[in-house]
Design a binder for this molecule. Structure first.
Ligand code: NAD
Ligand code: LMR
Length: 338
């Protein structure tokens, strides 16, 4: 038997023509918002991840088609589709990792905070489902504004009595991916050789690249620092403007989300030394949430690394970042508490 019961968009195999599967070892992963711009490419990338044995695709529209399509890929993960709120609980039950790219994207002229009105409610509903059906899953939250949606998720989990701060991770990998790319361009090297820590949050001045800590150690002129910081902080807007009303980053984001999810799965498997930047509950600053490098393990973000030595330019950037972040975090917390 392929499945316990038929699900929307599942492969058309039935008990009569499907032999029992051996049950490939691996993790169960759900993508919420799987039919969207990020969701489709991300689902494809998770289907080719050998650490994934079961892949649940949930959205409020179009999951039958996306699921049928992805389920034909000859990789190990079994794919199941779920459509609409009535199927959310089935989509979430038993999941080890839940990735959330559900919600509306920006258009030119908008800030990420302009998305709060719609996305805050979407994230609340999805997190209520997680609290009920897979409270021990690792959650990768992509929906914007991340600086507020992560605090929203934390409050939902607290209310339900299931909050484990180590398991709730805001996805800021795209900032690191962009920083690696832009810094490599300036240095004239392969981006795969570069690692730039990006801390703070995920919007404008809260995105703080630590160019003094680039690996391999590199020095930049004041002009290069100003150019790189500005480009990294406004990378999202660069894509929004280029897409001219057709949405925001989806392909580079799916790549970044898949990279981060893979790191989380390797951590869950018990691999040593998995370190990524993420927006998490934190005591690194006076703020309750902050993005820094974290070590991923079986429990999620098991260790949160300090900022390390900052130069004067970065210290000034940190103050600006904290000021804006404080307001965004409060806004998310108040959305659930009040
Ligand atoms: P999109 O509009 O292409 O896709 C969003 C999907 O979410 C749609 O398929 C929609 O049906 C679905 N959706 C809406 N309400 C839902 C609900 N209640 N339950 C489940 N699914 C629901 O948008 P996109 O380009 O994929 O972007 C999605 C989100 O990701 C946006 O908020 C965007 O700002 C954010 N984003 C974040 C980052 C980051 O670095 N964290 C990067 C890029 C985009
Ligand atoms: C990004 O950084 O690309 C995303 O946060 C989407 C956006 O609105 O810029």
């Amino acid at each position: 038997l392929c499945t316990e019961f038929p699900r929307v968009g599942e492969s058309s195999l039935t008990q009569s023509n499907c032999r029992a599967k051996g049950g490939a070892p691996g993790f169960k992963v759900a993508v919420l918002g799987a039919a969207g711009g990020i969701g489709q490419s991300l689902s494809l990338l998770m289907k080719i991840n050998p650490l994934v044995s079961v892949l649940h695709l949930y959205d409020v529209v179009n999951t039958p088609g996306v699921t049928a399509d992805i389920s034909h890929m000859d990789t190990g993960a079994v794919v199941r589709g779920f459509l609409g709120q009535a199927q959310l609980e089935h989509a979430l039950t038993g999941m080890d990792l839940v990735i959330i790219p559900a919600g509306v994207p920006r258009k030119p002229g908008m800030t990420r905070d302009d998305l709060f009105k719609i996305n805050a409610g979407i994230v609340r509903t999805l997190c209520e489902g997680i609290a009920k059906c897979c409270p021990h899953a690792i959650v990768n939250l992509i929906s914007n504004p991340v600086n507020s949606t992560v605090p929203i998720a934390a409050e939902v989990f607290k209310k339900a009595g299931v909050y484990d701060p180590k398991r709730l991770l805001g996805v800021t990998t795209l900032d690191v991916v962009r920083a690696n790319t832009f810094v490599a361009e300036v240095l004239g090297v392969d981006p795969r050789e570069v690692n730039v820590p990006v801390v703070g949050g995920h919007a404008g001045v809260t995105i703080l690249p630590l160019l003094s800590q680039v690996k391999p150690p590199s020095s930049f002129t004041a002009e290069e620092i100003s150019y790189l910081t500005d480009r990294i902080q406004n990378g999202g807007t660069e894509v929004v403007e280029a897409k001219a009303g057709a949405g925001s980053a989806t392909l580079s984001m799916a790549y970044a989300a898949a990279k981060f999810a893979d790191a989380c799965l390797r951590g869950l498997r018990g691999d040593a030394g998995i370190v990524e930047c993420s927006f998490v509950a934190s005591q690194v600053t006076e703020l309750p949430f902050f993005a820094t490098r974290v070590r991923l393990g079986r429990g999620g973000a098991e260790e949160i690394f300090p900022l390390g030595p900052l130069n004067e330019y970065e210290r000034a950037g940190l103050e600006k970042a904290k000021k804006e972040l404080a307001g965004s975090i409060d806004k998310g917390v108040s959305f659930i508490r009040n």
